[in-house]
Design a protein around this ligand. Structure first.
Ligand code: GDP
Ligand code: PGA
Ligand code: MN
Length: 609
């Protein structure tokens, strides 16, 4: 073990670390402290081995550029498994394998897989260390890239380990999630390393009953930073089902009106469909203010007051780079310009900065994420510069509009939940659900075009319930039941109102009908005014949609026809959705709550279908 080890008195962790070291046979073991010195050592060594390029100190201080292997750029949904004991608990939307069988396969892969490498032990907590029940985890990884990214994305290090020890010494049975990760590329004696080690064979595996994660073969964020999607969504959703709360793929924002009234909004959009942008939005309407609390994950529990309280379990942003600029997301630019960030699969400029499509001031030349020299001023060069799923990884504390409530372990009481996706047609800008069950129906039937955040074809419309399709750690039919039960078991009047939004509807020329980004504040305003019983709406077969006059389009420069087109509910288009929804629901058999069939029947009747 290296000199700066943080050895532990925690027997459970010690014996797990020993077991994994025996299996994976690393050259040495490093217990991560999370200290500044450790960060410097890690990033220096990543620069030395060619994984990182240090960016210019005057542009992006203490920040690094990194290019992955071209085959390891996104989540791998077809390699992601929920290995529940009973296949039925995995459900029709996840991949399943018997846990014993999976462990046998993976033990073979893990056997000796860390040879020639350092095994890092990362004690971390998702959410607040001061929470009533802190949500601990320990990630073991053989990737220094993962350690540096985890330091940005999660509260980690010695102070977390000390707290776990204290609680264990006090005799408290405090749970922690063992999360094992390997890039799957052992080094033989004297074998040179590559900049981005990974393996063609990949497994991202959750064992829900054991609350355990095994990941192999990928270094990409969603596959390798195990506190994020694997723990805070897949494993946490199972905990939430068992304990009566919700672990959701949602941003959390605080909205303050010109009258100084504050509301909290959570919104679920699939990966690369606008969560980070909405979370940091700069309103274009006078007097309105947005502050950020989270951009990806919300853990929500019913409080003593009967309201739904949400916390963001993360400590950083892992944001999509392309499209981010001073106009679309100035607060993200301010956050990353403070430095202390890792940029993966963007382009590197000759003056030691980063660039991606959509960023202002394309340089004359840049090195693309694939190492090619490109001219970002040309359309072709701009496209080739950064991978569409290139990411910035940056500390949340640097966000200039971070709400104070971010640090409150109680979280914030949610007033509105938004579901949304990318749909070129059919789905209007905003629709209000009639009640919780109808809102659950909207969420359960949410559809969106696939994006580059997951490996596979981009642009295919698929059902992505509550934007959780790749993240529900159990049977999605049971997950819908859980949502219905949250409505049934609690006072509906105190629960958030549910809305369905679509920023991505197109006109006949393929252009976006709605300008999006900061202008989405106009939709937030309508939503708040609906909650307060002020804004008008028309009742349509699919829910309440703004009357054109009720949506504040002052100074927007949109024609009334364009506003109408963004808000339109086309009965024929919606009729065409019905067979797809029926087919989707049939997948779940008896597991689908009957009230969702009733909702579908109601929709059919209102559409005259
Ligand atoms: P997330 O993965 O859900 O957090 O999505 P992001 O907020 O990172 O956005 C993903 C992509 O969608 C980026 O390229 C954004 O520029 C783009 N985007 C985000 N919000 C909007 C919007 O309101 N309108 C349009 N047209 N694009 C958006
Ligand atoms: P996001 O998540 O695209 O929802 O921000 C990252 C990921 O999918 O790994
Ligand atoms: Mn995001």
């Amino acid at each position: 073990m290296s000199a700066d080890t943080a050895p532990t008195t925690h027997q459970g962790i010690l014996s797990w670390v020993e077991e994994i070291a025996q299996l994976t046979k690393p050259a040495d073991v490093h217990w991560c402290t999370g200290s500044e010195e450790e960060w410097v050592q890690l990033t220096d060594s990543l620069v030395e081995t060619g994984t990182f390029v240090r960016l210019d100190e005057s542009k992006k201080p203490n920040s690094f550029y990194c290019a992955s292997d071209p085959t390891d750029v996104a989540r791998v949904e077809d390699r992601t498994y929920i290995c529940s004991v009973d296949e039925k608990d995995c459900g029709p939307t996840n991949n399943w394998m018997d846990p014993g069988e999976m462990k046998a396969i993976m033990r073979k892969l893990y056997d000796g897989c860390m040879a020639g490498r350092t095994m890092y032990v990362i004690p971390f907590v998702m959410g607040h260390l001061e929470a009533d029940k802190p949500m601990f985890g320990v990630e073991i990884t053989d990737s220094a890239y993962v350690v540096s990214s985890m330091r940005v994305m999660a509260r980690m290090g010695s102070h977390v380990l000390r707290r776990m020890e204290e609680l264990a010494e006090a005799g408290e049975d405090v749970a922690w999630v063992p999360a094992l990760h390997s890039v799957g590329m052992p080094l033989a004696d004297g074998q040179a390393d590559v900049a981005w080690p990974c393996n063609d064979t990949k497994y991202i595996v959750q064992f829900p009953e054991e609350r355990m994660i095994w990941s192999f073969g990928s270094g990409y964020g969603g596959n390798a930073l195990l506190g994020k999607k694997c723990y805070a969504l897949r494993i946490a959703s199972v905990m939430a089902r068992d304990e009566g709360w919700l672990a959701e793929h949602m941003l959390i924002l605080k909205l303050t009106s010109p009258e100084n009234v504050t509301k909290y909004v959570a919104a679920a959009f699939p990966s690369a469909c606008g969560k980070t942008n909405l979370a940091m939005l700069e309103p274009t309407i006078p007097g309105w203010k947005v502050e950020s609390i989270g951009d990806d994950i919300a853990w929500m529990k019913i409080g003593d007051d009967g309201r739904l309280w949400a916390v963001n379990p993360e400590y950083g942003f892992f944001g999509v780079a392309p499209g981010t600029n001073e106009h679309t997301n100035p607060n993200a630019m301010r956050t990353i310009n403070k430095g202390n960030s890792v940029f993966t699969n963007v382009a590197l400029t000759d003056d030691g900065d980063v660039w991606w499509e959509g960023l202002e001031n394309p340089p004359e030349v840049a090195t693309s994420w694939k190492g090619e020299r490109v001219d970002p001023r040309t359309e072709e060069g701009a496209k080739a510069a950064a991978h569409p799923n290139s990411r910035y990884c940056t500390p949340i504390k640097q966000c200039p509009i971070l709400a104070d409530e971010y640090d409150d372990p109680r979280g914030v009481p949610i007033d509105a939940i938004l579901f949304g996706g990318r749909r070129k047609t059919t789905v209007p800008l905003v629709t209000e659900a009639r009640d919780w069950v109808h809102g659950t129906f909207m969420g359960a039937t949410l559809s969106s075009e696939t994006t580059a955040a997951a490996v596979g074809q981009v642009g295919l419309v698929r059902r992505d319930p509550m934007a959780m399709l790749p993240f529900i750690g159990y049977n999605a039919g049971d997950y819908f039941t859980h949502w219905i039960n949250v409505g049934k078991d609690n006072d509906a009047a105190k629960l958030p109102k549910i809305f369905y939004v679509n920023w991505f509807r197109r006109d006949e020329n393929g252009g976006f009908l709605w300008p999006g980004f900061g202008e989405n504040s106009r939709v937030l305003k309508w939503i708040i005014e609906r909650i307060d019983g002020q804004a008008a709406a028309v009742e349509t077969p699919i829910g309440h949609v703004p009357t054109p006059e009720s949506l504040d389009v002052d100074g927007l420069g949109m024609t009334p026809e364009a506003v109408d087109a963004a808000l339109e509910v086309d009965v024929e288009e919606w009729k065409a959705e019905l067979p797809g929804i029926t087919e989707w629901f049939e997948k779940f058999g008896d597991q689908l709550p009957a009230v969702l069939w009733t909702e579908l029947d109601g929709l059919k009747a209102r559409l005259g279908a």
